[in-house]
Design a protein around this ligand. Structure first.
Ligand SMILES: Cc1cc2nc3c(=O)[nH]c(=O)nc-3n(C[C@H](O)[C@H](O)[C@H](O)COP(=O)(O)OP(=O)(O)OC[C@H]3O[C@@H](n4cnc5c(N)ncnc54)[C@H](O)[C@@H]3O)c2cc1C
Length: 406
């Protein structure tokens, strides 16, 4: 519990943003006896047509929060994870099982993003029904006289013991703490879509998490489900000199997508054609932060370490942050500044390393060697050998936010 002495009110944590980080943090804190209020700018939980995968490191957090069985109901687990050649679709398994030297668990939980958000939201409001306040936009945060304040766009503020900015990559809280963080274009744009299985060929229903790799682009595809209806979620990254907005709810045109994927295997083309909606945005990066906390204000998730999607770690790092922060606040026993210092020490190096390694994957997923099969297969075998996969993923997947020393 946050306060063992029942005569004191529980520590009150104010959270900006009801995305994956804000809701995971709220749930972890409520379960430990803290009081929590979340202020979310959207008028309601928004349906975003995209899949997410939760890897073993994120799954440990979900299990500790009691969500293992609920997630099993919305999961469509892959039987294999493949790296596939863009022209033919032939694949190499990178699950790193069997005779590999890896000890890491490569299991993936594949869900619709909106379903994960719903599950987290329902778990939060089951403990505190009025915890989430919609339609409230934050513009900053600070600490005055031992109280943390969340500033709102109507000029008012909300006070608590701690404020946590879980307000995503464009975080206003981060900006108010550390100034503007200019975003640099990575030289790649991203596409995403969600295609109903009813519009696709039967092979799309195979329980596979696939990353199709080509000379200047790659595409990750996997099936997801909602109420028994199946979809294929896909996201694609393409080298491009042209800049696009950073917002990932920007609509894209099918004709542009088909130009970007000219010559690709028909299964990929079918996904673009069959998708309910297509979105296109530019992939940007910001310099890593060397501090996440200031006074009684701190950050979680994309607000402090937005990263390229190449290791599928954005949400998993966010879940780790949330759980570790809840543990630090619990251990801090009311000394907020000390607890936030402990949180920074526990998390920043790991998150920044993940951010850097994720960006490095860009040069591996796209290569001129992938143009033709003669050079592509030696390239794939080398870059996704058991050893390469072990080096790339073991340190990520083996981390346990629920038990790591803090
Ligand atoms: C297409 C796509 C696929 C992805 N797939 C994966 C994957 O497979 N695995 C993985 O690990 N990661 C994945 N990610 C990354 C992952 O979605 C993010 O890293 C994760 O959602 C970060 O959580 P967050 O809470 O920090 O931010 P978000 O989930 O973006 O939530 C931020 C919340 O804050 C709210 N907000 C923003 N500004 C304000 C404000 N001023 N006031 C109040 N509220 C505000 C927003 O409305 C939102 O609800 C993917 C991302 C994309 C775009």
């Amino acid at each position: 519990m946050s306060d063992s002495n029942n005569t004191h009110p529980p520590t009150h944590v104010i959270i900006a943003g009801a995305g994956m980080g804000g809701l995971t943090l709220a749930l972890a804190l409520l379960k430990k006896g803290f009081d929590v209020d979340i202020y979310e700018q959207s008028p309601e939980l928004r349906e975003v047509g995209a899949g997410l995968w939760i890897s073993a490191n994120g799954a440990k957090v979900m299990a500790a929060l009691g969500l293992k069985e609920t997630l099993e109901k919305i999961n469509l687990p892959p039987q294999d994870r493949l790296i596939r050649f863009w022209k033919t679709g032939e694949g190499k398994s990178v699950y790193n099982r069997g005779n590999s030297p890896s000890n890491a668990d490569h299991t993936l939980i594949q869900v619709l993003r909106s379903e994960l958000q719903r599950v987290l939201y329902e778990a939060v409001v089951a403990i505190k029904p009025d915890a989430v306040h919609f339609g409230v936009r934050s513009v900053g945060a600070d600490t005055v006289d031992g109280r943390a304040r969340l500033m709102l766009d109507d000029g008012s503020h909300i006070e608590g013991d701690v404020v946590v900015g879980c307000d995503g990559a464009h975080s206003r809280i981060r900006q108010s703490m550390f100034g503007p963080a200019p975003a640099r274009y990575t030289g790649a744009l991203a596409w995403r879509g969600l295609a109903p299985m009813s519009k696709l060929k039967p092979q799309h229903a195979e329980a596979l998490a696939s990353t199709w790799v080509g000379p200047t682009a790659h595409v990750t595809t996997y099936p997801v489900q909602k109420n028994g209806e199946m979809f294929v979620s896909f996201s694609a990254q393409v080298d491009s000199d042209t800049w696009h907005t950073e917002s990932w709810s920007e609509k894209g045109d099918l004709a542009d997508a088909l130009k970007d994927f000219e010559g690709w295997h028909q299964d990929i083309i079918d996904l673009f054609v069959g998708s309910e909606n297509l979105f296109r945005w530019g992939l940007f990066v910001r310099d890593p932060l060397d501090a996440w906390s200031k006074g009684q204000v701190t950050l979680v998730g994309d607000a402090c370490h937005s990263m390229t999607p190449y290791l599928g770690m954005g949400v998993n790092m966010t879940m780790e942050d949330a759980f570790v922060l809840a543990r630090c606040l619990e251990q801090g026993g009311g000394d907020i500044v000390r607890a936030l210092g402990q949180y920074d020490r526990a998390r920043i190096d790991r998150a920044n390393r993940t951010k850097a390694e994720s960006l490095r994957m860009f040069g591996i997923f796209h290569s001129p060697d992938l143009t033709n099969a003669e050079t592509a297969w030696p390239y794939i075998d080398r870059n996704w050998s058991a050893e390469a996969v072990r080096e790339r993923y073991d340190w990520l997947l083996q981390y346990d936010a629920t038990a790591v020393e803090i």
